[in-house]
Write a protein of this length. Structure first.
Lengths: 331, 331
DNA sequence: GTGAAAGCGCTAACAA
DNA sequence: TTGTTAGCGCTTTCAC
C-alpha cells in the first residue's frame, strides 16, 4: 500500500498535522522534527495524495485545455507550449479534442467540471460558449486562445489578426501582385484579416473583387478545392493569401495540379508557421504567431483569474511576423 | 457554491446513501424516489465530484500518457487516437511531453503518481524504465506503445517492425534498387527493421554495406545530415529507407540540395505515414502503422491490467502496410 | 512548536 | 428499499 500521512506521522512520532506542515511549509516546526519528518518521508517513499489535498483545498492544480484537434499541427504545437507553461507553474493539463463538435464539447466540459479543474483554456473553434456559461459560475477562470467571444467577457490571448493580414497582403503587394485572392475561414480571425486585405486594396486603389475571396473550413482538402475555384475563374489571382498553413498546403496542391509553378506563376502565403510550412517544396512563406509568448501569457491569465476572480478582463493581441520562404515571389 | 450530495439529499428528502446509489446505479432504489432524486439533481444542476469519489474509490479514472513531444506529428496523431479510445472508456489523459529528458520524465512520473493516475501508457523514447519500477508497485498498470523493455515485463503494443522493414526494403528491391541506404534511429525498433534489411539483402545476394547504414536521433535536420553523408560517399545508394517520416523529409531536403530528382535519381521511403508524408512534394511513400487499432488496444491493455493486476503480460505486434506515393520509383 | 479534531464530498458496509 | 456510519488522505483552525 502506498504510505499515507498517517504512516509517516507514526513512524516519525509526530502528529499528522505536523507532517502536513512540513509538507506545505506552513506553520512553525522545529528544525529537528522537520528533519526527522523529511527523512522518514524519504524512507517510506512517501508521496502526498493530490486527490486528498484537492478535496480539502478545493483546488486540483489542473486545467482543461479545449482544442479542436490535437493531431492538427497548429494545435499540437500550441498545446506543447501551453503544457510547458502550465507545468512550470505546477499545473497539469487535460487536453481535449472536440472536432468542432458541440456534443463532444458538452461532454468534455461536463467531465472537466466534475474533475474540478481550476480553470479552462479554450482555443479557437469552440462553439458552446453559451453552454459554458450555463454550466459554470460566472467568475470561473476561463481564458480564450485565438478566439473571440464578443458577447461574453473573457480574458483573451490572441494574435493581432489585422496586423497579420496586413503583413501578408502587404508582402504580396510589395512583390508587385495586384490581383490577390484570399482563402479564409468562417471565423472571426479571418474576418479581421480580410479587413486588412480590403483596407490595403483601398490604399492601393485596387478594386476588391468578392470572387477572389473564398471562405471554407480549414483543412488541406478545402484549401485545394478553394484554390481550384480561384484558378478556374477568368483572370485568376497571381497571389493567394491562405488564412492558415493547412489551407495553404492545399492551395499549393491545387496549383501544382494546374501545372503552375510556385512562386513563378502564382505566389502563396500561409498563416501560423506550423511545421507544415517548412517541410514541403517550395517551403511556405507564412505569418508566424508568437505562440511561445502567447502560451505563457494564457496560463498566466488563467492563474490570475484563479487568484482574483473579479479582476478586469483583458484582450492581449500579440504581434505576428512575416516569415519569408520560397512560396512567394515577384509577379 | 457547487451543490454537493448533501444538498440534493436534503432537497429530495432522502439520505446521501440513496443519492449515491442512484448516481452509481448500485443497490436497489424505488422507481419513485429514483425519479425524484434525478429530477432534483437536475434542478440543482448537481454534478458529482470526481475528486471526492476518487478519494473513496481509490481510482481516478485517469491515465498518464508519456510521450517525447506532443508537437511531433507522429505523437500528436497517436495521442489523438489514444485520447479518443480513453474517452470512450471514461478515462481522461494527462499528456506529458518529456523531450527524451530524464529529468522531465522523473518529474512527470512523480507528478502523475501523486495525482494517482490509474495507469500509464508510455510511448517510445522513454528512458527511465528503471526509475519507474522503483517509484511504483510491481503490478501497477503500465503499457508500452511502440517501445520494448526487454529487461522488464510489460504489456506492449507495437507495430511489427520486422514486417515494416521488410515491406519497405522489399518495395525498394522490387523497384529494381540494389544499392539501398538506411537512415535508422538509435532505438530498438530501428534495429529490428534493420534485421529485415539485412535478411533481404542476404536473400538477394547483396552485400550489406555498413557505410550505407546511418544511425541518428530522429528529426528532420538529422535526416538531412545523414542523407548528405550517404550521398557524398562514392557509389551512393539509389534508394533510401528512412526509419520515420521526419528523417525521410530531411532526406528529401538533402537530395534536393544535391539537385537530385526524387524519385528519378533517388527513391526515398519513410515510416509512420504521418501528415508530413502527404503534404510535401513529391508525396512520401511510407509504411503505415495502424495507429487507430493500436490506440484502442493499448487503452484496453491498461484497463485490463487495472482489473486483473496479476494477468500475464503480452506483446501485440500490429501489421503495417505499404503506402505507395510518389517518392519511390524504378531505379 | 505540536497535536486534537473537524471537515472536504463521496462510497460501501451494515442496519433497519 | 432506505438510512447510518465509518472511512478515504489531507488541510486547517484552535488549544495546549
Amino acid at each position: 500500500m502506498k504510505p499515507t500521512i498517517y504512516d509517516v506521522a507514526k513512524e516519525a512520532n509526530v502528529s499528522i498535522a505536523t507532517v502536513s506542515k512540513v509538507l506545505n511549509n506552513t506553520g512553525r516546526i522545529g528544525e529537528h522534527t522537520k528533519k526527522r519528518v523529511i527523512s522518514t518521508m524519504k524512507d517510506l517513499n512517501y508521496a502526498p495524495s493530490s486527490v486528498a489535498s484537492a478535496l480539502t483545498k478545493k483546488q486540483t492544480d489542473s486545467l482543461g485545455l479545449i482544442i479542436p484537434d490535437i493531431s492538427n499541427p497548429f494545435y499540437s504545437e500550441v498545446s506543447r507550449v501551453i503544457e510547458d507553461a502550465a507545468f512550470e507553474k505546477g499545473l497539469t493539463l487535460f487536453i481535449c479534442s472536440t472536432d468542432y463538435n458541440i456534443e463532444k464539447e458538452r461532454k468534455y466540459i461536463e467531465l472537466l467540471h466534475r474533475k474540478q479543474v481550476d480553470g479552462y483554456i479554450i482555443a479557437s473553434g469552440f462553439k458552446s460558449m453559451d453552454l459554458m456559461k450555463g454550466l459554470i459560475d460566472d467568475t470561473f477562470p476561463i481564458a480564450l486562445f485565438a478566439q473571440d467571444s464578443p458577447t461574453n467577457n473573457f480574458n483573451v490571448i490572441s494574435v493581432d489578426d489585422y496586423k497579420g493580414g496586413y503583413l501578408a497582403i502587404n508582402h504580396l503587394l510589395s512583390l508587385g501582385h495586384r490581383n490577390i485572392g484570399v482563402i479564409a475561414e468562417y471565423v472571426n480571425s479571418s474576418k479581421i484579416r480580410l479587413h486588412a486585405y480590403r483596407d490595403l486594396c483601398d490604399m492601393y486603389g485596387l478594386p476588391v473583387q468578392e470572387k477572389n475571396i473564398k471562405k471554407t473550413i480549414a483543412n488541406i482538402t478545402n484549401g485545394e478545392k478553394m484554390m481550384k475555384e480561384l484558378l478556374q475563374q477568368e483572370n485568376p489571382p497571381t497571389a493567394v493569401f491562405a488564412c492558415n498553413d493547412a489551407l495553404a498546403i492545399g492551395a499549393m496542391k491545387a496549383a501544382r495540379e494546374f501545372k503552375l509553378n510556385i512562386p513563378k506563376d502564382v505566389s502563396i502565403i500561409g498563416f501560423d508557421n506550423t511545421i507544415l510550412s517548412s517541410t514541403g517544396v517550395p517551403e511556405l512563406t507564412t505569418i508566424q504567431q508568437p505562440i511561445n509568448e502567447m502560451g505563457k501569457e494564457i496560463v498566466d491569465a488563467v492563474i490570475h483569474e484563479m487568484r482574483t476572480p473579479e479582476s478586469v478582463k483583458q484582450r492581449k493581441l500579440f504581434t505576428p511576423a512575416l516569415i519569408e520562404r520560397e512560396s512567394t515571389g515577384e509577379v
